[in-house]
Design a protein around this ligand. Structure first.
Ligand code: ATP
Length: 217
């Protein structure tokens, strides 16, 4: 099995921004958000279940799911959120396992926003956190998703805390404004994870976890 690095972080912290950069240098990306979006779009069983639960108003004109509306519903109702997570989770898990099994790069990046919430920490060899201030998260998601300040705050309040994320991570990239630095981090972490992956595969060490803690500002 390939060496798995889980990339986690709060909404708008920069997971996609970072994973796109890793992708450019040839790292296989297994993104649970992308997998979930594909399942919602193409899995008819899921599509019908969502339609049955929320009614026809959840559909776009082309009968696809209106994801912005769905997001609004689930962030406003805990039971609906859990219902959707339980519906999607087995399929996401199956597809994630398949993609990881078929990963070909020296190590792979598993982008998993709900790593802590779903207690998946032990499923990765290493945990990389992309961290940014709550203020910056709010600023970014208001701009990207065209939502209000209150909506942004509400979504963030539903997620696990920054402190908790930091406490379980092996490595941290603090994603402030400067995008130039990101490229440096990407190359550094690729070298670092390739090294850990080689060690893991040669089984020179039984535990490549928690040996180092890397924090980049
Ligand atoms: P989500 O949890 O919603 O999937 P995410 O963690 O994947 O979000 P991104 O989509 O990568 O976060 O970033 C959120 C927004 O912030 C995007 O519009 C992105 O372009 C912007 N962004 C990310 N990092 C930076 C940065 N260093 N400087 C400026 N803008 C940034």
């Amino acid at each position: 099995m390939t060496y798995i690095v889980a990339l986690t972080g709060g909404i708008g912290s920069g997971k996609t921004t970072l994973s796109n950069e890793f992708k450019k240098i040839g790292i296989d990306i297994i993104d649970t958000d992308i997998i979930a979006k594909k399942i919602i779009k193409f899995d008819l069983q899921i599509l019908f279940s969502i339609q049955e639960k929320f009614g026809k108003k959840i559909l776009n004109i082309d009968n696809s799911i209106n994801r912005m509306l769905l997001r609004k519903y689930i962030f406003n109702n805990k039971n609906d959120r859990l219902w959707l997570e339980n519906l999607l989770y087995p399929k996401i898990y199956k597809e994630t396992k398949y993609q990881i099994k078929n990963a070909e790069s020296n190590w792979c990046l598993w982008v998993v926003p709900l790593l802590i919430e779903k207690k998946l920490e032990k499923q990765a060899h290493r945990i990389l956190l992309v961290d940014t201030s709550v203020k910056e998260q709010i600023r970014r998601i208001i701009k990207r998703d065209k939502i209000s300040f209150l909506e942004a705050k509400k979504i963030i309040a539903l997620q696990t805390t920054r402190k908790k994320r930091i406490s379980i991570s092996d490595d941290i990239i603090v994603n402030r404004k400067d995008m130039k630095k990101i490229h440096l981090y990407i190359h550094y972490f690729n070298l670092f994870y390739s090294y850990l992956s080689n060690k893991y595969h040669k089984k020179k060490t039984t535990d490549t976890k928690k040996n180092y803690l890397t924090k980049f500002y």
